[in-house]
Ligand binder design. Structure first.
Ligand code: UDX
Length: 433
C-alpha cells in the first residue's frame, strides 16, 4: 500500500520507517528543511535505538522517500497519517493544535481523489470531529474520511512498540473505508495476535490521554508515598516491590524518584485538564493537578536535599549532575527533571557540571550556562555532591571507589534509586535518595 506520513519527528519518523518495514511504500513529509535533509540521507536527527538502521535500510531501498511537498503527498497516496507535534501552548495548559490544523488546511485542498486521513498525534477529545468538519469544507468534490489511530510508543523503545504494540486503537465516524484500510496496513501486526479496538473518534482520543494520565498518576502515587516514607523513615522501594506483586497493581511505573518529564506525560495531563474544563468536567480531573504538583515537588525536594547534603548552602559548591535526558535511552531533554534541578541549583550559587551519554548537545542548547563534561568521571572532579538524575546503565556501572578519588566530598544522591547503595556506602560515600 502507498502511505503518506505527515511530520517526521519522534512519532512520524518511527511510524514512517515502521510502515516501510511492514512492506508499504511510504512518503514522509517534513517541512523543516534541515531535518528533511538529514532524514533523506538516512540519518535520524535524534537518538532512538534501532531507528537509524531501519530508516537507512528503507531510504536506501527506495521504499521510504522524504519530501517537503504537500502536492507530492496529495499525488502519492490516498492514505495519510498525521504525526505532527501537539505541544503545550506557551503560558497555558491547553494543547497547541496549529500543526495538526495546518496539515489539514494544506493537504485537503490539494486532494483530487477520495482520501483517508488517520490521526496519530495526541489530541484533545473532539479534535477529530472538528478536523472532519474542516476537511469537508475544504474538500473539492471528493470524500475525505478522518479517523483517529493513537500511538502509544515510548521513546527508547519506539521501533519495537510500533511493530509490536500491546494494542491498536481506531476511532471511526462510520460508513467509510478506514477500518478496512487499517486492517490492511497493520495486517502483519494483527496476524501476530495484537488486538484492535475499533471505536468512535472521541473514545480513541480519550484512550490515549487516559493512558498517559494513568501512567503519570501511578508515578506520582509512588512519589507521594515516598514523601510519607521520608517522614516516617520507611523504604519506598520495598513498598513498590511489595504492592507490585499484587497483579491488580503491578510493579511497572512504580519507580519513585525524580518523577516524570519528557514531551508527553507533563503536557498531556495538562492538556487533558484544560479540555475537561472546556467540556464542563474540570472537577473530574482535578486530581491531575495534584499529580502534577507531586511531580514538581520531586524537583524542589532534590534541590533542598542537595543543599542539605552540602551543609545548608549551595553557594560556591561544585555539583556534578549525571544524566540530563528525561529518561535513559533517549537524548530528549524536553521538560527534563534533571535539567530543571541543574538550573535551580545553579541559581542558588553552585557551579554545576552536567554529563549525559547522549543528551549533551540538546542540553547545551537548552541550558547554555551550565558546565558540561565529556565523561561522568570528569563531571565529578572536585564535586561536593554527585547527583544521579537519569538512570543510564553507564552510571550504575560506575566504580564508587575510583570515583571517590575524584570528588571533594563523597556525597551521592540517587535521584532514580538505581545505584547499589551498599556498594557506594562501602566505598565511603554518604548515599541519599
Ligand atoms: C510516555 C508513555 O509511556 C507512552 O505510552 C506515550 O506514547 C508517550 O508518553 P515516554 O514519554 O517515552 O512515553 O516515557 P516513559 O517511559 O513513559 O517515561 C516518562 C517519564 O516518567 C520519564 O521521565 C521517566 O523517568 C518517568 N518514570 C517512568 C518514573 O519516574 N517512574 C517510573 O516508574 C516510570
Amino acid at each position: 500500500m502507498r502511505i503518506v506520513v505527515l511530520g517526521l519527528g519522534y512519532l512520524g519518523a518511527t511510524h514512517a520507517a515502521c510502515m516501510a518495514e511492514l512492506g508499504h511504500e511510504v512518503l514522509g513529509i517534513e517541512v523543516v528543511p534541515e531535518k528533511r535533509a538529514q532524514l533523506a540521507a538516512g540519518d535520524v536527527p535524534f537518538y532512538e535505538p534501532g531507528l537509524p538502521e531501519l530508516l537507512k535500510r528503507h531510504i536506501d531501498s527506495g521504499r521510504l522517500v522524504v519530501s517537503g511537498s504537500y502536492s507530492e503527498a496529495a499525488e502519492f497516496a490516498d492514505v495519510f497519517f498525521i504525526a505532527v507535534g501537539t505541544p503545550q501552548k506557551k503560558g497555558e495548559y491547553s494543547a497547541d493544535l496549529q500543526y495538526v490544523d495546518a496539515a489539514i488546511d494544506e493537504l485537503v485542498p490539494l486532494l483530487t481523489r477520495d482520501a483517508i486521513i488517520l490521526g496519530k498525534s495526541t489530541v484533545p477529545v473532539g479534535t477529530a470531529q472538528r478536523l472532519s468538519e474542516r476537511a469537508d469544507e475544504l474538500a473539492k468534490d471528493i470524500d475525505v474520511e478522518i479517523a483517529w489511530n493513537p500511538e502509544f510508543l515510548r521513546e527508547g523503545y519506539a521501533v519495537n512498540d510500533t511493530l509490536h504494540p500491546d494494542r491498536l486503537v481506531l476511532g471511526l465516524f462510520g460508513g467509510g473505508q478506514a477500518e478496512a484500510i487499517c486492517r490492511e496496513i497493520y495486517q502483519l501486526i494483527l496476524d501476530g495476535g495484537t488486538p484492535m479496538i475499533v471505536t468512535d473518534p472521541p473514545t480513541a482520543e480519550l484512550v490515549k490521554t487516559s493512558a498517559n494520565a494513568f501512567l503519570a498518576t501511578k508515578i506520582s502515587f509512588i512519589n507521594a508515598i515516598a514523601e510519607v516514607c521520608d517522614a516516617a523513615g520507611a523504604d519506598v522501594k520495598a513498598i513498590a516491590d511489595a504492592i507490585g506483586f499484587d497483579a491488580r497493581i503491578g510493579r511497572k511505573f512504580l519507580n519513585a524518584g525524580l518523577g516524570f518529564g519528557g514531551g508527553c506525560l507533563p503536557k498531556d495531563i495538562r492538556a487533558f485538564m484544560a479540555r475537561a474544563g472546556e467540556l464542563g468536567a474540570a472537577e473530574a480531573l482535578s486530581f491531575l493537578r495534584e499529580v502534577d504538583n507531586v511531580n514538581m515537588r520531586r524537583r524542589t525536594r532534590m534541590v533542598e536535599l542537595t543543599r542539605e547534603v552540602c551543609g545548608g548552602s549551595l553557594l560556591g559548591k561544585r555539583i556534578a549532575i549525571l544524566g540530563s535526558a528525561f529518561k535513559p535511552e533517549s537524548d530528549d531533554v524536553r521538560d527534563s527533571p534533571a535539567l530543571n534541578v541543574a538550573g535551580q541549583i545553579q541559581l542558588q550559587g553552585a557551579s554545576v557540571t552536567v554529563y549525559d551519554p547522549k543528551a549533551m548537545d540538546n542540553s547545551r542548547k537548552l541550558f547554555p550556562t551550565l558546565d558540561y563534561a565529556v565523561t561522568a568521571v570528569e563531571a565529578c572532579e572536585k564535586a561536593d555532591a554527585v547527583l544521579v538524575l537519569t538512570e543510564w546503565s553507564e552510571f550504575m556501572a560506575l566504580n564508587p571507589v575510583e570515583l571517590g578519588a575524584q570528588v571533594r566530598e563523597r556525597n551521592v544522591i540517587d535521584g532514580r534509586m538505581c545505584l547499589d547503595s551498599t556498594q557506594w556506602a562501602a566505598a565511603g560515600w554518604q548515599y541519599r535518595v
